[in-house]
Ligand binder design. Structure first.
Ligand code: ADP
Length: 453
């Protein structure tokens, strides 16, 4: 960009310099011609006033005129040359064919500029009709435009070179000045950028800055995630290694070995669950696993999920029921099942003995709370421990847990709601959370109305 702008500045300068030199030369030349003609006219007028033609028996000053730069010619009304201070009049032909003479005879005055054969000089002629009808012609030679140009060419070349050098420096300076705010912006992507210099760049800068912040945020999240994953994997692996070491020493009794083996198994199970969740999350994160949309009856899917979790609910002494109406949604069956499963699983795990979990499916009938009529609401409501206000915004983050020990003791990985959030986004749905510590939690997923029904 810098090079391009610089090159453009140089091209503009060179074109401007060449054009200016050409134009100045042309204007100067035209002024010069005008001045020359007016000088000749003045001269002729003066001679006319002097009435030098009267009794022109070779006045004395005729002789002095021979050395003058100006050529004087006196032509009779018939075209015959009566006098010429530069040429032998006997050698001169009739001058009636000369345009300036003809013009002067017709209208009183005439003028012409004739080029020499070599184009090296021009001759300026001014002719004036005198009172007796004869014509006085004054003429003068001058360098032509071409020869004038050739004579001043070296000077022009020097000026040209100096101007080019100046414009190169100026182009460099201006390019730097022009690009300075942009390079300054590039250096300070993180801080508030002053866009006063280039108003037109504001939308461009805003987009870049947003992308830049997203990149930084993503990198930080990835780093945190890697650190969290390593930490989460370390705990079960350490206990597996510890149990194995105890068995290895041969000091453990038979009953201990069974106990240790159980410990190894549950740690290995935990590792598997964790790894499965991590894999699932990375699948949902990327774009390789896009949802396969089909028409689903949400109530049926909810019932089958509840069936799978019934044993867990019974173990935790929690009643699990599904109610509501048949609702059709467009979604990926596996994703919708996973979503309902994770929500119900949490509702059971973070419940109290004797509590309940209610899954309901309903079609939105009135446009309340910004929901569209026809959209489908899946609600998972529990009478569990609830989530304090300050944690509510963060529980959808990876590995974020309100009560770490409870989560771990109930087999939680801290990734369930992160998976839910991803699925909700993929399905084009939205999620709402309402919770009060000690009273329970309700999580609602709002699906858009299924089309084509
Ligand atoms: P976990 O595997 O720990 O359950 P989740 O991502 O599913 O991870 O949930 C994150 C945290 O949100 C949980 O650790 C828990 O503290 C809280 N949480 C989720 N669902 C509920 C609920 N229904 N009631 C109370 N707390 C909940």
């Amino acid at each position: 960009m810098k090079k391009r702008i610089n090159r453009l500045f140089v091209i503009i300068s060179v074109v401007a310099i060449v054009l200016s030199i050409g134009l100045v030369a042309a204007v100067y030349h035209s002024l010069f011609r005008k001045q020359m003609m007016s000088d000749l006219k003045e001269y002729a007028d003066l001679l006319k006033e002097l009435r030098w033609d009267e009794g022109a028996e070779e006045p004395e000053y005729f002789e002095t005129m021979k050395d003058m730069e100006i050529r004087l010619t006196l032509v009779s009304p018939g075209g015959e040359v009566l006098y010429d201070n530069k040429a032998d009049i006997t050698q001169l032909k009739n001058h009636l064919d000369r345009p300036e003479i003809r013009e002067a005879l017709n209208s009183g005055e005439g003028q012409t500029v004739r080029n020499s054969e070599t184009l090296a000089s021009n001759t300026f002629y001014y002719a004036l009709r005198l009172e007796d009808g004869s014509v006085l012609r004054v003429a003068r030679n001058a360098d032509s435009m071409v020869s004038m140009f050739t004579s001043v060419f070296p000077t022009i070349l020097w000026i040209f070179a100096a101007l080019i050098l100046l414009s190169l420096g100026l182009a460099h300076f201006l390019t730097e000045k022009l690009l300075y705010p942009i390079s300054k912006m590039a250096e300070n992507m993180d801080s508030e950028i002053s866009t006063a210099d280039y108003e037109e760049l504001i939308p461009f800068i805003n987009t870049i800055q947003k992308q830049h912040q997203d990149i930084i945020k993503n990198a930080r999240m990835r780093q945190e995630f890697t650190a969290n994953v390593s930490h989460e994997l370390k705990t079960p692996l350490t206990s597996i290694s510890g149990y194995a070491e105890l068995i290895e020493t041969g000091m453990a009794s038979e009953t201990d070995i069974v106990r240790f083996a159980h410990g190894i198994r549950s740690s290995a199970d935990r590792l598997l669950t964790l790894i499965n969740d991590i894999i699932r999350l990375s699948e949902l994160d990327g774009s390789e696993k896009e949802p396969v949309f089909e028409l689903l009856n949400l109530r049926e899917v909810a019932e089958s999920c509840a069936e799978n979790l019934r044993r867990n609910a019974e173990k935790s002494e929690v009643t699990l029921k599904v109610c509501g109406e048949d609702c059709r949604v467009q979604g990926d069956r596996q994703m919708v099942e996973e979503l309902i499963y994770n929500l119900c699983d949490n509702a059971i795990r973070y419940n109290n003995a004797g509590g309940s979990v209610t899954v309901s499916t309903n079609i939105c009938k009135s446009p309340e709370e910004g929901r569209k009529v026809g959209s489908v609401i899946l609600s998972v409501q529990d009478t569990g421990i609830g989530i304090p206000k300050e944690h509510q915004d963060r529980i959808f983050e990876r590995f974020y847990r309100v009560d770490k020990s409870r989560s771990k003791s109930t087999g939680g990985t801290g990734l369930g709601l992160a998976i839910v959030k991803h699925i909700v986004e993929k399905l084009g749905a939205t999620i709402e959370l309402e919770s009060e510590p000690g009273r329970g939690t309700e999580i609602r997923v709002i699906f858009p109305e299924a089309k084509g029904i």
